[in-house]
Design a protein around this ligand. Structure first.
Ligand code: HEM
Length: 462
């Protein structure tokens, strides 16, 4: 291990600590390593150091206070080989800065963070409710229908278009996306060492093919947008990008490739994340029927069956507290997305070299007993103050969307979706387990995100 790096487990020659952190068990492995080596430690993947940072204060200090240093991504198979440095999620430096600013401005114009977006989301929510009624009182797995519905919200913003539940091509993409997120991991050696793709060829080709399928689907839509483009009528993200491209100078980052990759990344980041969180919410509702009743009583008393709006959030503090506790337990992106310092940096006496692969372990915040006493327990009440309002330090310190300059770009949309979908679910249905004697487990499967294991629910119309 190079000198000055944070401490860590003893390395084997050549392979370093390979095999120490099994990607599917990374949450527990990092909790154990923290107990042994402290909040900041190094593990070696071959000769490459990877540094993990735990704890709210350390994460804030590096990602917020020193955000200008820690906003790059390290080299991985995605940015190094597949995207060739382009895109939004995996890009770095001035390319990322320009594209992030553009994406935020454009998405805000289209409604991100504004109340006007809720009408669009509610149309989608009500289509979903109609679809769900078809299941009568029979048990079923909601995963693909929910993914399609949530994906339609981001598709409306990207393409100005939604897809029917029966659309075979779209259904296929949604299933592929799920495979991509459940089987990939940002801690696997092949992900970190692009060269290893030659050894794990079949897996690499699978990912490459999924990217190609998504790109083929969106390319047709981009061509159609180019044909009908009207600079005075920007309908969606693609139009916004084309307008920028037309006005851009030579050597612009607004290239056709960039558009294709950004659309793919938004599509992937905006679908599975929110829909998986909603599935966790349904799972907790069947595990904690007393909370299901409390939430429904709160909703019935405040808005009855009328259309939920974000304005109601303040009046429904139990719903907000429940969502926050679901996000804490779901621990959806426990290691965030890796960051890298853009220059050598010294922190707490440790040397953090430029470009190092760094995990900011969000799990260490979600499960911190100092912030969230008895963290393994599901207790939405922890987010309520003594006046029954959802405020305070715990809400502020819950950071499922990460923090700093690379904070999730879709956090405002996700928060809106979680609230509107969940309230409508509770208004329309009682959510029951398939077998009350044998509830589905609350342990997740960790891929790129932490997903619940497949489970069936029964929806009883109210
Ligand atoms: C509950 C839902 C969601 C969760 C928990 C979540 C969480 C995250 C996390 C932890 C990151 C990594 C931040 C970092 O690098 O430190 C991230 C990045 C990102 N998310 Fe989300 N996300 C969610 C929903 C969404 C949605 C709905 C969208 C799109 C509309 C979205 C778009 C993005 C993008 C584009 C990035 C990359 C930002 C960048 O690298 O600058 N996310 N998200």
């Amino acid at each position: 291990r190079p000198k000055g790096l944070p401490p860590g487990p003893t390395c084997y020659p050549i392979i370093g600590n390979i095999g120490l952190v099994k990607p599917s068990e990374a949450i527990q492995a990092h909790r154990n390593l923290r107990k042994k080596y402290g909040d900041i430690y190094t593990i070696m993947t071959f000769h490459k150091p990877m540094i993990a940072v735990h704890g709210y204060d350390n994460i804030r200090e590096l990602l917020v206070k020193h955000g200008d240093i820690f906003s790059d991504r390290p080299l991985t198979i995605v940015n190094g080989v597949l995207n060739k440095g382009k895109g939004l999620l995996w890009s770095s430096g001035s390319m990322w800065k320009e594209q992030r600013t553009f994406a935020l401005t454009t998405m805000r114009k289209l409604g991100f963070g504004k109340r006007c977006l809720q009408g669009q989301i509610m149309e989608e929510v009500d289509c979903l409710m109609e679809e769900l009624e078809k299941y009568g009182n029979k048990p079923f797995d909601i995963q693909n229908i929910l993914n399609t519905s949530v994906s339609n919200v981001i598709c409306s913003l990207l393409f100005g278009k939604r897809f029917e539940y029966e659309d075979a091509k779209f259904k296929h993409l949604i299933i592929l996306l799920n495979k991509l997120l459940s089987t990939s991991s940002s801690s696997s050696p092949a992900f970190i060492f692009p060269i290893l793709r030659h050894l794990t060829k079949s897996r690499f080709i699978k990912v490459q093919n999924i990217f190609a399928d998504i790109d083929e689907f969106t390319s047709e839509i981009i061509v159609e947008h180019k044909r009908n483009f009207d600079g005075n009528n920007v309908r969606d993200f693609i139009d916004g990008f084309l307008l920028e491209q037309k006005q851009a100078e030579e050597n612009t980052t607004f290239t056709d490739d960039q558009l294709k990759i950004s659309v793919r990344e938004f599509f992937a980041a905006g679908t599975e994340t929110t829909s998986t969180t909603l599935r966790w919410a349904l799972l907790f509702l069947i595990h904690f029927p007393d909370w299901q009743k409390k939430l429904r009583d709160n909703i019935d008393a405040v808005i009855g069956q009328s259309q939920p709006k974000m304005e109601h959030k303040e009046q429904l503090p139990l719903v907000e507290a429940f969502i926050l506790e679901v996000q804490r337990h779901a621990n959806l992106v426990p290691l965030a997305i890796p960051h890298a310092p853009k220059e050598d940096f010294n922190y707490k006496g440790y040397y953090l070299p430029k470009g190092t692969f760094m995990f900011f372990v969000l799990d260490s915040v979600m499960s911190d007993p100092e912030i969230f006493p008895e963290p393994t327990k599901f207790q939405p009440g922890r987010f309520l103050d003594n006046r029954g309002k959802c405020n305070g330090e715990q809400k502020e310190k819950l950071i499922p969307f990460s923090t700093g300059r690379r904070l999730c770009l879709g956090d405002s949309l996700a928060k809106m979706e979680l609230f509107l979908f969940l309230v409508r679910f509770l208004q329309k249905f009682e959510i029951k387990p398939e077998n009350p004697e044998n509830l589905p487990p609350l342990e997740g499967n960790l891929g790129l995100t932490n997903m619940p294991k497949s489970f069936n629910i029964v929806l009883i119309k109210r």
